[in-house]
Write a protein that binds this ligand. Structure first.
Ligand SMILES: [Zn+2]
Length: 347
């Protein structure tokens, strides 16, 4: 039977529309971006599409099938706009965009697209299938990074099944939290790529440290608010002053340390306390430095800017002197801590 053409087809029927698409035998399937005349995806064309959808939403013309694919996005979904406002360099900004678009090359995504995969198991734990929720939230390896960052939002995110909804959840958080979580996911994704390429992945504490440093840097450089050129200023004090005791305990001969931080109000009442274990620690100084790093996270989570940090290790107090550059083997950790002190807390 000769194929029907569009002229003969009933225009209300999608079936006829598909039948009218000429099939080229011997040519392999390939993905095209239907909103571009050459079939090539570009940020520009995606932006144009977004603007077009917004116009349609305002005019009430939301039913046009030519600009709607599946159920990926709706006209009333303004999270795209928010994505582009994230304080990120453009290459990082594409990362949440890819999560939203479900286009990250996760093993399960690749399999869904019919790409032959030997195993869809997570490369970190080799226990569960690698989907977004597992890789970024549930995997025991990434849980360590969440712990190092002292971020409790993971518990809430774990209850959510879809990465779409997880991304939406992030908009309910403060900008600094949102940026930190997305930066961590991006770093973790890079870490996963390292394994894929046969390299050794970075340790969780390294990913956590880099996340903190990069998230702060992004906010300083790219945040709209920060373009008012006030990054070097101390934040004005607000709320009551609190004291945070910092303590790291290192056992010689072991490669780990314990850390503890206790936040007290000025009248001595305990507000919050945290403790944990840090791997790959080689001496008491590093143990205390990590404890200090956790103390900073705690203070940031409590939302206080007037803090007195108390450490009994004079070496650390000296190292954190904001006027001097640290040149020890742990300068990255120390300088990162100083940067956070400088940014978030008043003198
Ligand atoms: Zn895993």
């Amino acid at each position: 039977m000769a194929p029907k053409t569009m002229v003969e087809a009933d225009h209300d029927s999608k079936e006829w529309e598909f039948a009218a698409i000429p099939i080229r035998e011997g040519v392999q399937d390939f993905i095209v971006w239907q909103f571009d005349s050459k079939g090539m995806h570009s940020v520009k064309s995606a932006y144009k599409l977004q603007v077009q959808w917004e116009k349609q939403a305002k005019s009430g013309d939301v039913g046009s099938s030519s600009t709607h694919i599946g159920n990926l996005d709706r006209c009333d979904d303004d999270s795209w706009k928010r994505l582009w406002k994230l304080p990120y360099p453009k290459n990082v900004q594409m990362f949440p965009w890819r999560i939203k678009h479900e286009s990250l090359a996760l093993w399960t995504n690749l399999q869904k697209r019919g790409i032959p995969i030997e195993s869809t198991k997570c490369l970190f734990c080799e226990r569960a299938d690698e989907d977004g929720a597992h890789l970024f939230i549930k995997c025991k390896a990434v849980k360590e990074v969440w712990r190092d960052l002292s971020m409790e939002e993971r518990i809430e995110l774990e209850k959510i099944q879809s990465m779409h909804v997880m991304l939406d959840f992030l908009w309910g958080l403060s900008e600094s939290k949102r940026v930190q979580i997305l930066t961590m996911w991006w770093m973790w994704w890079s870490n996963q790529n390292r394994i894929r390429e046969g390299e050794i992945p970075q340790m969780a504490y390294v990913v956590a440290r880099r996340t903190r440093a990069c998230a702060l840097e992004y906010q300083q450089i790219y945040s709209v608010k920060q373009t008012a050129r006030t990054p070097d200023k101390w934040r004005p004090p607000c709320g009551d002053k609190i004291n945070i005791n910092v303590d790291g305990a290192f056992v010689p001969g072991s490669e780990h340390a314990g850390w503890g931080v206790v936040a007290r109000s000025e009248d001595g009442h305990i507000i919050c306390a945290r403790a944990g274990r840090q791997e790959n620690v080689t001496d008491a100084f590093v143990a205390e430095a990590y404890a200090m790093s956790h103390a900073l996270s705690l203070a940031a989570n409590l939302g206080v800017v007037q803090v007195v940090f108390e450490s009994d290790l004079q070496l650390l107090v000296d190292a954190l002197d904001l006027r001097k550059a640290d040149s020890s083997a742990y300068s990255a950790l120390i300088e990162d801590t100083k940067l956070q002190l400088n940014l978030w807390f008043s003198k």
